[in-house]
Design a protein around this ligand. Structure first.
Ligand SMILES: [Zn+2]
Length: 328
């Protein structure tokens, strides 16, 4: 048995959609899977942003904005981390690009993991802070697999900045060694730091998510971190990411705001996005709520058995109807 549920067009705060450059296709992977607004999470830095703007932002039916990677090279070749030795960090270039593209650059992205920034992320984060302060734009930090614990990174953030991968199963996420949400994380949230949970290929761990939920910590938003290798697999799309939280006991009433109104509020676009009120953008996600037995997986080798699953069915973007692929 299944029913359809109608949501405002979903918003994905962190995805990789430079199609052709390790990114997922913004229409096939995002729009057809229910996301009408997508923020690219730093696929490009100042060097390639003009290309991203011309070929993706301006040509997609999906509404696209971007976090500009503080590294000029962005994710063009990830075999060498883009913040290694700060070789490619050019604050002036990033600031100029952001200033010239206020309509499409939402803030700056810094990935802090050791494989990106080396053993010490602090110098890179300090430079990212400089760019943010110079422009008044926020920072999104990618956490997990760092040498320093998360509170060290939180010390660089200001209200409006975003922690993504908040539900990572990797080292130095939001939990302490005692399995409890770190006091510094709760304080940061209280102070206006936004906690997003991008799933991606390595940042979704059921054990940690259970502990966070037991501690009463539900993130502010969910996002995909989708990229080319995961683009066709439903496990990495928003409806199934939502299903994974449902399987751990989060009800639809708490879940839907994480991909609609909370994200719109973060973007300061309430009334326009994330709502079905008269006067809002004509963006709608129609999901199918299926009943059955489903095995859902995280990125740490764990699974949960779910009795319900959400899958995309139809998306309406500015009045145009897009059908989800059968395998979604
Ligand atoms: Zn990402």
């Amino acid at each position: 048995m299944s029913v359809k549920i109608v949501l405002p067009g979903m918003i994905d705060l962190h995805a990789h959609i430079f199609s052709g450059l390790h990114g997922a296709h913004p229409e096939r992977a995002c729009l057809a899977r229910g996301s009408t607004t997508v923020l690219d999470g730093g696929s490009v830095g100042a060097n390639a942003f003009p290309g991203f703007k011309e070929y993706i932002i301006e040509r997609s039916r999906t509404r696209v904005q971007a976090w500009l990677n503080i590294s000029s090279v962005g994710l063009i070749d990830t075999r060498v981390g883009e913040l290694m030795g700060l070789l490619w960090v050019d604050v002036d270039a990033a600031v100029k690009m952001a200033e010239a593209n206020r309509d499409s650059i939402i803030g700056f992205k810094a990935r802090l993991s050791t494989y990106v920034a080396g053993g010490d992320f602090k110098p890179a984060l300090k430079l990212t802070r400089e760019a943010a302060d110079a422009t008044g734009l926020p920072i999104m930090i990618h956490i997990g697999d760092t040498n320093d614990p998360l509170p060290v990174a939180l010390g660089f953030l200001r209200p409006g900045d975003v922690v993504t991968h908040s539900l990572t199963g990797r080292r130095h996420g939001i939990l302490g060694y005692d399995g409890k949400v770190l006091p510094a994380v709760r304080e940061a949230r209280q102070a206006g730091i936004h906690f997003d949970a991008a799933h991606g290929r390595s940042h979704w761990g059921f054990d940690n998510i259970r502990k966070a939920l037991e501690g009463g910590f539900l993130v502010d938003t969910l996002s995909t971190d989708i990229s080319e290798p995961t683009s066709a697999d439903p496990t990495f799309h928003l409806p199934q990411i939502m299903s994974k939280l449902m399987a751990l006991g989060v009800g639809l009433d708490d879940l839907v705001p994480l991909v609609t109104s909370n994200s719109a509020r973060y973007l300061k676009r309430e009334g326009e996005l994330g709502t079905l009120k008269p006067g809002a953008a004509g963006d709608v996600s129609i999901l199918e709520l299926q009943e059955g037995t489903f095995t859902l997986r995280d990125n740490e080798g764990q699974t949960v058995q779910a009795r319900q699953r959400l899958r995309p069915w139809r998306t309406i973007r500015a009045g145009e109807v897009v059908e989800a692929p059968a395998e979604s």
